[in-house]
Design a protein around this ligand. Sequence first.
Ligand SMILES: [Fe+2]
Length: 385
Amino acid sequence: MLVTFNFNVPPTLVFGVDTVNQTGQYVKKLGGKRAFIVTDPGVAKAGILEKVIDILKSDGIEVGYYDQVIPEPPENIVDEIVDKVKEGGYEVIIGLGGGSSMDTAKMVAVLVTNGGRVRDYIGIGKVPKPGLPKIMIPTTSGTGSEVTQIAIFALLEEEVKKGVVSPYLLAEVAIVDPALTYNLPPNITASTGMDALVHAIEAYLSRRANKFTDGLALMAMELIAKNIRTAVTDGMNTEARYNMSLGSLIAGIAFGNSSTGAVHALAYPLGGQFRIPHGVANTLMLPYVMEYNLVSRMERFVKIAEALGEKVDGLPVREAAFKAIDAMVNIAKDIGVPMRLRDVNIPKEAIPKMAAAAINETRLLSQNPRVLTLKDIEDIYNKAW
Ligand SMILES: [Fe+2]
């Protein structure tokens, strides 16, 4: 296929243990003396917020913060933070945390200069002008939000999760410090790690995949598959944490420049209607969506199986391709992520409403390697139940 593509990453990527100590220098490089941190209660409780505030203050930077971001952030939280940033005259926005905190920070930066609310910019390319400069610092190894142009929000009345996609959501600086993940509990390590793995797999199967994203996606699959079990069972293993942070970052660049697909599209209603954590929702959908997609990208499934550490030599292509699904199911089982909708208390009667929401995720479904009808989506949910 003669694919046309462009490739975008933050102009500055900083990776490595203790790189968070450089945050103040980058605030200054972005021309700021006043920085505002957007984070969540877990990051604050773990002492990471305080650590970053100290780092910034020692560099002479004045700091404000909001530490009450919740998963599936609703619009009103973004509005509240925008008001605080405007009142305090802050010049640089720092997103510190998982996907919810970073997505909120990215959107705040854009709304401070553009005005309006999240819902005004849902979709692709609707933000007219740049926001405040922003630095993203992930504290999990999963979301990839530090390197993408996407931010996801919950619209509460509609019970849906929707995405804003804009080049102005891309961070100016991403600082990925594996040491910030050392104290993540096993269940969060597991679910966020599965999200990163799904990013790599969907990026590789996307209709927008290209040679750049292919290479990155396979590298990320290998790094994550080799290290996720150790990171979950032995959180202080610095090498596993390092490789998980690197894998998640690389997977983020891969899907940020191709796309995710039906796994994410079918997972969103689980988050929007039942508040299932994003990584868990993806894991619940993954084997069944992979099974559906397999016939459309058989050769690619063989490459995925290999990247996940499966032996495929000498096997017929179809059998080798199915090894990719086996590998994912084994990882999810080993690290204790639920694999059935019934296990997370989603009633079977909810399937038609979830399917009706999922079919509207055209931004993602259009990039899935195989077309899905409403009936296909209902069948997948039924299998997953
Ligand atoms: Fe994701």
